[in-house]
Write a protein that binds this ligand. Structure first.
Ligand SMILES: Cc1cc2nc3c(=O)[nH]c(=O)nc-3n(C[C@H](O)[C@H](O)[C@H](O)COP(=O)(O)OP(=O)(O)OC[C@H]3O[C@@H](n4cnc5c(N)ncnc54)[C@H](O)[C@@H]3O)c2cc1C
Length: 511
């Protein structure tokens, strides 16, 4: 029995027969099985858009040896009675807890928000009535910020291939479509994610893991450079290891960590707004037509030097998605984007942000605490402007021209839009760069300027980063690990999950 790896070009709406026929023809064989390794859309030539499919073919009629292409984690079982407390059930917290429990370390995972079903109800109510729920919203609750998202599983982080594979395998075992294992741009969709986080919770419980919802980490008791206890709203918890994975929305948790002597530094991050277009405008620009059989919706990723002072780029594009009110607190107003697996909504949206350092925004050297205060104050300013959660907006053309207008716009945003001179709500330097970026994007994507720009995007990445050793434990506090997006060392579902896993593996290796 031999293996061969081959690449095929297939029509966008190909069927399994086309794939089988392509393999048989290219290798001149009749009996075989195959595994898809990679599938990406080649849309470079609008007249010839096709899938590029890489397959591993197994047959008696070919020679060749299969490589182990996707090695996953080898989790050692520890003979120990050590305990761990993990804070936050987002990808970083959940996957670190899952690995620890699999390795035999008795793990309790606490989450300030509710379990996913109640969370979905809280979000539904918020979008219907505007009544914000502090424990069931887009930021807080089971699965973290990644649950009600597009569920894109791409990551540019290096050296995480085993962790990435473990995350994908865990999602597939929990019921995710198998294609996430080979698509070049895999995504889950918020409808799948809701079910997956519940199934993953069941898998964690089945191996003895304990998960507590509506349990807020309030404080840490630290003695002689070691955390002794986590003080939570459900009581004190003792453990040998503490992994904190709070995401980057939990301001009071950040402040508590800073107060307890966990060291952070400021770093570059990004601020801006979200742009939205009818999906057909994006499809037409990318494909030369409004729909393409066999492909859900066109994507884009754009970069620009802006006004040559701050780089501008689009981020977290959600094809066929909706813009969502992603505030973590009742008096802040921010936006983000999500979509369902089928990506069949009418609109496309993406963050359009400029990269900047907090010192530059604030105009002087800022401490980590001051950087957080500054971002939170901006989120509150947007809330005050709208007197709630409507998204301040204008057309992209008006943003470029700095021209106020009382236009209304069609949008997927559930809590209404409020006309605004958005460029005045954002910091001047950010607006100036974004304006030039939008000009350039309108040259690259015909019709881009006809879209809408709305709200505040302040969560593309954290403005601060924890000082930690390469093993991920905090400098000066040996059994405390701050991981995931809140550590400022990762961003996105995969890289945050991988960051948590690496911390867990370090704990496992030291036992
Ligand atoms: C709407 C939206 C769409 C997104 N789309 C994508 C996407 O398509 N692809 C992608 O890769 N990324 C996406 N992201 C970003 C992604 O969700 C995050 O990068 C990722 O979830 C970070 O994982 P994390 O575990 O570090 O933190 P989080 O997911 O933020 O999880 C942190 C958890 O900790 C809990 N917590 C915080 N403080 C405490 C405390 N004191 N006590 C107890 N619990 C606490 C929170 O409630 C939360 O559940 C999106 C984000 C949003 C908001």
């Amino acid at each position: 029995m031999g293996y061969r790896e081959i690449s095929l070009q297939l029509p966008t709406d190909y069927h399994e027969d086309d794939l089988n026929g392509g393999i048989a023809k290219q290798l001149g064989i009749r009996e075989f099985s195959y595994q898809i390794e990679n599938k990406s859309l080649d849309a470079r030539k609008k007249g010839n858009i096709h899938w590029l499919v890489k397959v591993l073919v197994l047959s008696d009629e070919v020679s060749g040896v299969a490589l182990s292409l996707f090695p996953s984690l080898n989790i050692r079982h520890c003979k120990t009675n050590k305990k761990a407390v993990v804070v936050g059930s987002g990808p970083a917290g959940f996957f670190s807890a899952f690995v620890l429990q699999k390795a035999g370390i008795e793990t309790t995972l606490i989450e300030r928000g509710t379990e996913v079903h109640t969370r979905a109800e809280g979000i539904r109510e918020f979008e219907k009535t505007g009544a914000f729920n502090p424990i069931a919203n887009y930021a807080f609750g089971e699965g973290g910020a990644g649950t009600f998202s597009d569920g894109k599983l791409t990551s540019r982080s290096k050296h995480i291939s085993k962790e990435r594979q473990f995350i994908l395998e865990s999602y597939i075992s929990a019921g995710a479509p198998e294609e996430i294992g080979y698509m070049a741009h895999p995504h889950l969709g918020s409808d799948n994610l809701r079910k997956l986080v519940k199934n993953l919770r069941d898998a964690f419980s089945a191996i003895g893991g304990r998960m507590l919802f509506e349990t807020l980490l309030e404080d840490l008791k630290i003695e002689n450079g070691k955390v002794i206890e986590a003080i939570t709203s459900s009581g004190s918890m003792e453990a040998d290891y503490f992994i904190i994975a709070p995401g980057h929305s939990a301001y009071e948790t950040y402040r508590m960590l800073i107060k307890k002597g966990v060291r952070f530094r400021t770093k570059n991050f990004a601020l801006g707004s979200r742009v939205e277009h009818p999906q057909r405008v994006i499809n037409k620009a990318q494909w030369g037509r409004e729909s393409l059989p066999g492909v859900k919706a066109a994507e884009y990723r754009l970069t620009s030097p802006g006004d040559n002072r701050l780089p501008v780029y689009t981020f977290c594009m959600c094809p066929g998605g909706i813009v969502v009110p992603a505030a973590a607190y009742h008096n802040t107003n921010i936006v983000n984007g999500m979509s369902r697996y089928r990506r069949n909504g009418t609109f496309a949206n993406a963050a359009c942000v400029a990269g900047i350092h907090p010192d530059r925004l604030i105009g002087r050297e800022a401490s980590p605490g001051q950087a957080l205060d500054w971002v939170q104050a901006l989120e509150e300013k947007f809330h005050r402007y709208s007197d709630g959660f409507a998204a301040p907006f204008c057309s992209i053309q008006n943003f470029i021209d700095q021209k106020e207008s009382a236009n209304t716009a069609e949008s997927s945003y559930p809590l209404g839009l409020k006309a605004a001179a958005l460029w005045e709500l954002l910091p001047a330097e950010i607006s100036s760069s974004i304006r030039e970026g939008l000009r350039e994007f309108s040259r690259k994507i015909p019709g881009f300027e006809t879209g809408t720009i709305m709200g505040l995007e302040s969560k593309t990445s954290a403005p601060i980063q924890v000082l930690r050793k390469k093993e991920r434990c905090c400098i000066g506090i040996e059994n405390l690990y701050v991981v995931g997006e809140g550590s400022g060392c990762s961003g996105g579902i995969i890289s945050s999950g991988a960051d948590g896993i690496k911390a867990a593996l370090h704990i496992v290796e030291s036992n």
